[in-house]
Design a protein around this ligand. Structure first.
Ligand code: ATP
Length: 255
């Protein structure tokens, strides 16, 4: 059944009435292959929270690929930041086994701070035929008003906002007043897997429930500093890389 939000849903509203989850079927197949997810992050280090969320976005929304863009000189993050080339390399290594994942050095080869608005302008020129979606966790989406030129940024790209433990979709209502509060609560409650709304500027915002993995790079760094295990929080290759390159052993931050 096609709903007025543009998605085809598996089954009908009866599914939710019977207490079952309304799952997010594919957006109309015709143009799905034209969509690329842009996944930016500090990746300090990359972990399964990032990788699983990206994979679910790709599969559930039928994206052609997910392009990971490590932010080599992030304007808003400091503290225990591993060197840009190490974070880039860990990201590259962790994507090797997924044919739908790719990495871009757009922000790493640039001198100076990595501003998302500049990256997106460059990406729109690189992929004029594609629909680009910036993939962010709820926490990052909430931070956008503090980024450089937030309004221009929101005009440049569609969004996929993924769930993250500790954050609710209802909290982003002020940033997407076009959304229905009832629908936001349904996604929060897990009765809807995804929900799409259109902003006044014509851009789409897709909210997607992904498998909740309460993993953060901050927690990984803290465990390393304490000499505790980081096994199963990130790929084995990344665990070995962190150990062999002595990353995160010293640092000022704590949880
Ligand atoms: P840190 O703890 O150092 O702040 P982080 O774990 O939040 O790092 P980032 O590289 O800052 O990782 O995040 C990149 C993107 O991935 C952000 O949009 C963030 O919201 C999202 N993200 C990170 N961890 C998860 C997770 N466990 N589940 C869903 N999304 C996540």
């Amino acid at each position: 059944m096609k709903l007025n939000n543009g998605f085809l849903w598996q089954g009908s509203g009866l599914l939710s009435e019977s207490g079952l989850r309304i799952s997010c079927w594919s957006p109309v197949a015709m143009d799905a292959r034209n969509k690329i997810g842009i996944f930016g992050g500090t990746f300090n280090p990359i972990h399964y929270g990032h990788l699983r969320a990206a994979e679910e976005v790709r599969e559930k929304l039928h994206f052609e690929k997910i392009l990971f863009i490590p932010s080599c000189n992030p304007p808003l993050k400091s503290g225990d930041l591993a060197p840009a080339e190490e974070r880039y390399e860990m990201t590259r290594l962790s994507l090797e086994t997924n044919p739908f994942f790719d990495i871009s050095d757009l922000e790493c080869k640039k001198r100076g701070k990595s501003y998302t608005v500049e990256t997106l302008t460059a990406l729109n020129k690189l992929y004029p035929e594609k629909s680009l979606y910036l993939v962010v966790g709820i926490d990052s989406f909430l931070e956008i008003p503090g980024w450089r030129q937030p309004e221009r940024l929101m005009d440049l790209i569609h969004f996929v906002v993924v769930s993250r433990p500790g954050f609710s979709f209802s909290s982003i209502f002020s940033m997407i007043p076009e959304a229905s509060v009832a629908n936001l609560s349904e996604v929060d409650g897990g009765r809807r897997e995804c929900y799409k709304t259109n902003l006044k500027n014509g851009r789409e915002v897709v909210l997607l429930n992904v498998t909740p993995l309460p993993i953060s790079a901050t927690a990984v760094r803290m465990l390393v500093r304490r000499g505790e295990s980081i096994k199963y929080l990130l790929p084995d290759k990344i665990e070995s890389y962190i150990i062999s390159h002595n990353l995160y052993q010293k640092g000022g931050e704590d949880l």
